[in-house]
Write a protein that binds this ligand. Structure first.
Ligand code: NAI
Length: 909
């Protein structure tokens, strides 16, 4: 079977609110308001068609063996070089093998679909095995023009091959016409457009139907039979008209994404396809059309494999990860459409030595560093000597790719003096937990949002433009990502090679998804399943065997086990199966489950016992022998499976709810007993379409709840990276959240001499029961502390109390937070003029490592800081960044500006 084997995409984070164009330019071109709905995507100043192509290609390669790619076709009308293979650059950035065909396709917006047909033909002919097609465009347009609003920037990619096909290729049909709806002459940056009505009626309205009808005839299929229809057309009304004309079902025509990103040129057919693919169900067909001096129509049919793809950002993820912008000037500046003074520093020479570029190509484009063969230490850049002081071996460095390695901010700064299109320039030290660090520029972030320890991903971006010679220089930068995204990001770094995992109840549903994903990432898996019915009756070895076969089909390692989790012997046998087959056990996922739902009064003892046996008793039976091994080897990751029914209650599930909540207590204690052995235990509360939920949830909802969407949370809990223990994550349909048991601040009743009464409890119930300022406690002792404090008369310390300071309090506290050791050699007087309620004047003098704080005005301050008292409170509480306060005018500084920067160093509030 030939077809698509993977997909990925990239839409830049920045989205321009189209109304901002109208607000700024509506006086000049009022008609643009007609297409000013929603937002369009646009590149950051350091992005272009090439960097977006690299991002889309990397996304597509997730979970794949990239060395199998033997052809890469890059399609774009806006690449940064007219004569330098940009496809070759994408190949280098992705570290694909050298023995590969690379081609650049352009000069028509249809190049993406035409190249895709070429790639499919090459695979069909047997000439190539796995091809990648990447399409990307960053089109320019004149200001205050319809096209400025219609266009968006973006990229998408697919791979095609014969193995693990996610959408089978059924055929294609192309028509070619020299229909010039727009063109871009050589040496021009901006397209010349012909009249829209003509383009719509003669172009889109006739040429797309011709290609589609040709394909339908060739494949003997009626348009109405097609499940999803994807074709670009930025005229919203025409988009639907074409569908009607051809005879598609209107509800099957996919949105042209005008409101969320705009039309992304040569990339748009694949961008729209990328938006649809995650929703395809096995067996459904999707028609893809590319338009531009003719049209290409291709038809695909989804296979079962589509649901087994490794998680990716995709077009959907990129669209969600956005930063809204209503600053039209910023948009123009980032596209180099307004000239600003960049300062003398910007004139520094930028010539690139091609010899160095070639010599260091792996480092510069591929972001390849070194790893020492002797001690395993990673370093960037790669050098002849190992940086590990206790190794220092010479010539022992193997290549080590850093682009996909997890990374964190070690230190950073915002520099207003450095040349930057988007000041302040943010840069700092990036550390890779698996080894290695480097100084890097940061991108796609504001200095206020960056913090030490923040996870970042490495992205390929523009560094400089040598306009004299027409050369653009690129390198890798750090882009901060939020913690949840990093925690759940399942990248190649979450590798389970050499780890041994037991997954109970892995013959179906959620357990199967966990087992497959663990095995795909290198784990050796014991697939345990009794193979019974949903109520626990019956047995069969088939369920576990089938999953083992699936794992072995992609060369994964797995053995089957058919023991029941609900007995001591069963638990021991399951753990023994791991030790016998693979010699150790690192991961245990307690997942097996059954249901015997009955309203409480109808619940027989057998229903109660069966459910508690499989869910709660089993956790004891299987975990105890597993824990023994983990304790011995001082490492283990255990995942339990609870349920919303237990956490929150559900009619007819008293047995199940009791068992599922019992597991939380089990976890709370084991997290403490396992801590010193690096055994972490966490719990997932899944929601997924499996046989257990078949009749319970509406079919529409079930369609969105693939078990694969729960797996990332569970795999993260199973990983070495997971430092959490004792946490509950809810996971379903790609949505993740945490549940926790919290306790309110409570109230003390009675007095030292009189016992509290039931009447007091009744009357004071709202005080007792309030959950305002509720807290989570790590253990029983901590949970008792507030009660102990209240009974001895000490007010419990809460973060809120500490917050309620006035400016006067802050100055009173200053001697306590003064960093004497940082004050050596400093002689300065800081005068504070605080306006508004609780304001006043104070000065703070630092000399000979001593501090003086006084109310009033100093006759000769080094630096005077004027702001409102509230802003001062916010700043010391860390809620207001001093740099932001200064640049926004909230903080005014007189005197020695540079000295003001010492304050953060001298006082740690
Ligand atoms: P499923 O029925 O598809 O899979 C459960 C598997 O456990 C079955 O293959 C079954 O044969 C196996 N099993 C049952 N008793 C066993 C025993 N004694 N020994 C070994 N294997 C046994 O169900 P699903 O939905 O995948 O459930 C997995 C876990 O997730 C269960 O613990 C369930 O309670 C929990 N859960 C599922 C939710 C959902 O939305 N699907 C919601 C909340 C919790």
């Amino acid at each position: 079977m030939i077809g698509l084997t993977s997909y990925g995409g990239y839409i830049p984070r920045l989205r321009l609110n189209r109304m901002s164009v109208v607000q700024n330019m509506g006086w000049f071109a009022p008609a643009i308001v007609m297409v000013a709905q929603g937002e369009r995507s646009f590149c950051n100043w350091d992005e272009d068609a090439l960097t977006m192509a690299v991002a889309a290609a990397r996304d597509t390669l997730r979970g794949m063996d990239k060395q199998t790619i033997d052809g890469l076709l890059l399609c774009s009308t806006t690449l940064p070089f007219s004569d330098r293979s940009c496809a070759g650059m994408v190949k280098a950035c992705c570290n694909l093998k050298d023995e590969i065909l690379t081609q650049d396709h352009g000069t028509t917006l249809r190049c993406g679909t035409s190249a895709l047909i070429g790639a499919l033909d090459a695979v069909k002919s047997g000439e190539r095995n796995n091809m990648m097609v990447v399409a990307s465009d960053r089109r320019m347009s004149k200001s205050a023009y319809f096209y400025e609003l219609w266009f968006g920037d973006g990229a998408a990619a697919v791979t095609v091959g014969t193995e693990n096909v996610i959408a089978e290729y059924l055929g294609s049909f192309s028509v070619a016409h020299d229909f010039v709806d727009h063109y871009r002459g050589t040496k021009k940056d901006i397209d010349y457009m012909w009249e829209e009505r003509w383009v719509r009626d003669e172009g889109y309205g006739k040429i797309i139907p011709q290609a589609v009808e040709g394909l339908c005839k060739k494949l003997s299929i009626a348009p109405a039979e097609i499940d999803h229809v994807v074709y670009p057309c930025f005229f919203k009304a025409e988009h639907r008209k074409i569908a009607k004309k051809i005879g598609f079902n209107l509800d099957r025509v996919e949105d042209n994404l005008h409101e969320v990103c705009g039309e992304t040129g040569a990339a748009h057919p694949l961008v729209m396809l990328g938006q649809v693919l995650p929703d395809l169900r096995p067996g459904e067909t999707v028609l893809l059309v590319g338009f531009g001096q003719g049209a290409d129509a291709l038809l695909f049919r989804a296979t079962d494999a589509i649901k087994r793809l490794a998680p990716r950002m995709g077009i959907r993820g990129s669209l969600e990860r956005k930063e809204e912008c209503d600053n039209y000037q910023k948009f123009l500046k980032f596209r180099d459409m307004i000239q600003t003074e960049m300062g003398i520093r910007a004139e520094a020479p930028t010539q690139t030595a091609m010899s160095t570029l070639w010599r260091e190509r792996k480092m510069l484009l591929g972001f390849v560093g070194g790893v020492c063969r002797e001690c395993g230490t990673r370093q960037f850049p790669k050098m002849d000597i190992c940086v590990n002081p206790s190794c220092n071996a010479v010539y022992t460095q193997d290549d080590c790719e850093f682009a996909d390695a997890p990374a964190r901010v070690k230190s950073f700064t915002g520099d207003l003096l450095a040349v930057s299109v988007d000041p302040p320039s943010v840069y700092g030290m990036v550390e890779f937990p698996q080894g290695g660090r480097l100084m890097a520029d940061f991108t796609d972030c504001k200095v206020d949002d960056v913090f030490v320890g923040q996870p970042v991903e490495m992205v390929f971006r523009k560094r400089y433009t040598d306009s004299e010679r027409g050369f653009t220089g690129y390198f890798w930068k750090a882009s901060p990502i939020d913690a949840a995204q990093a925690a759940l990001q399942v990248g190649p770094d979450q590798d389970f090679t050499d780890r041994v995992a037991v997954v109970t109840g892995a013959g179906a549903g959620l357990g199967r998804a966990y087992a497959l994903e663990l095995a795909r990432r290198g784990a050796k898996v014991v697939v345990n399943d009794l193979g019974g019915a949903a109520d626990g009756s019956g047995t069969s070895s088939r369920a576990a065997d089938k999953v083992v076969e699936e794992i072995r089909a992609f060369d994964g390692q797995a053995v089957a086990n058919y023991d029941s989790v609900a007995s001591k012997e069963g638990g021991e046998a399951i753990v023994k199966a791991a030790i016998d087959a693979f010699g150790r056990l690192d991961i245990l996922i307690n997942n097996a489950g059954i249901l015997r739902d009955k309203s409480f009064m109808k619940m027989a003892e057998s229903d109660w016992k069966a459910v508690l046996g499989v869910h709660l008793d089993a956790a004891y039976y299987v975990t105890q022998p597993a824990f023994a091994h983990m304790r011995e080897q001082k490492y283990g990751r255990i995942v339990l499976t609870t349920s919303a029914a237990g956490l929150f209650g559900n009619f007819g599930q008293a047995n199940y709810s009791a068992a599922k909540m019992g597991l939380i207590g089990f976890m709370n204690t084991l997290k403490q007993e396992g801590a010193r052995y690096d055994i972490h235990i966490n719990t997932v509360a899944p929601i997924a379409a499996t046989r257990l939920t078949e009749g319970l949830l509406p079919p529409d909802l079930l369609a969105r709840l693939e078990p694969e969407n729960v797996a990332p949370a569970v795999l993260y809990f199973c990983s070495e990276d997971c430092s959490h223990s004792g946490e509950i994550l809810n996971a379903g349909g790609g949505y993740f959240s945490r549940s926790a048991i919290v306790t309110g601040p409570g109230a003390m009743l009675g007095t030292a001499d009189t016992a509290p009464t039931p009447e007091q409890v009744r009357d004071q119930y709202s005080r007792i029961a309030t959950m305002e300022n509720a807290e989570e406690y790590p253990n029983l002792t901590a949970a008792m502390a507030p009660m102990m404090a209240a009974s001895t008369g000490d007010a419990p310390q809460t973060a809120k109390n500490a917050d309620a300071a006035s400016a006067a309090d802050i100055f009173a506290q200053m001697p306590n937070v003064f960093q004497k050791d940082k004050a050596a050699g400093i002689d300065a007087v800081f005068q504070y003029d605080l306006a508004g309620d609780n304001g006043g004047q104070w000065f703070v003098a630092v000399k000979d490592q001593t501090l003086t704080v006084e109310k009033g005005k100093h006759p000769n301050p080094t630096t005077t800081l004027a702001m409102s008292a509230q802003d001062f409170l916010d700043m010391t509480a860390g809620k207001l960044n001093p740099m932001t306060a200064y640049t926004s005018g909230k903080l005014k500084i007189a005197g020695d500006l540079m000295k003001s920067q010492l304050i953060a160093k001298l006082f740690k509030f």
